[in-house]
Design a protein around this ligand. Sequence first.
Ligand code: ADP
Length: 243
Amino acid sequence: MVKKIESLYTKRNDGRAFDEIRPIKVELGVIPSAEGSAMFQTGDTRAIAAVRGPRTFHPQHMQNPETGILRVNYGMMPFSVWERIRPGPSRRSEEISKVSEWALSSVIDLSGFPNTVVDVFVQIPQADAGTRVAGLNAAAIALAHAGIPMKEMLSAIAVGKIDKTLVVDINKEEEDFKEGEGSTDIPMAITSRKKDIALLQLDGKISPDKLKEAIKMGKKACEKILELQVKVLKEINNKVENE
Ligand code: ADP
């Protein structure tokens, strides 16, 4: 049952239901020269991920004789938003690379590849919020496509709280909502089998009860994303959409 709340955000700017994800497109093998690659698009947010490796990790002192190491490099293209972004790494891109690395490391198993590194390159050619979660969805598919052993798949979504209303797959205009309680962005990633939370971030304010509700909504949305991720890995023409 939906509890009645008085919120300043009663209708979504793009007409979606509060628990509705944007139209999704997934494509496999978008970068033929990489060992594995995928494109994941939700609405106007698009992420491309490419996997290279496992290959011997240099410099040697960085190697781990017990296991291979995952490295993620996230970047937004300069023309991905209307105001051009300065190219190259930033504090934001380094943070997103790190949290993506941690989330993805929890679902892959590189114990069979000691002393190696697997590189995942995530690029955002088009951004309308939720780029880190789109990047994670693309990266998880690309890792599977590259044949990297995986314990589970990983699906990610950003839930938002706009004033008092929880919404799934928040877009940029919603993220910029300033009235009432304003906007809270809650990106999360859920593993496919154990339903563990591999990533949970919070940008803004939310009560513990509301956060629990947001996680529940996010987990449900991740089920839909997982379906598409699995489908594209089985599809012959390497493309799927949710419509
Ligand atoms: P996420 O992309 O995971 O939601 P953030 O919360 O840091 O991460 O960013 C929110 C959104 O703000 C991005 O998806 C993008 O649409 C936009 N954005 C991020 N960085 C910039 C920037 N330097 N210039 C303009 N817009 C940006």
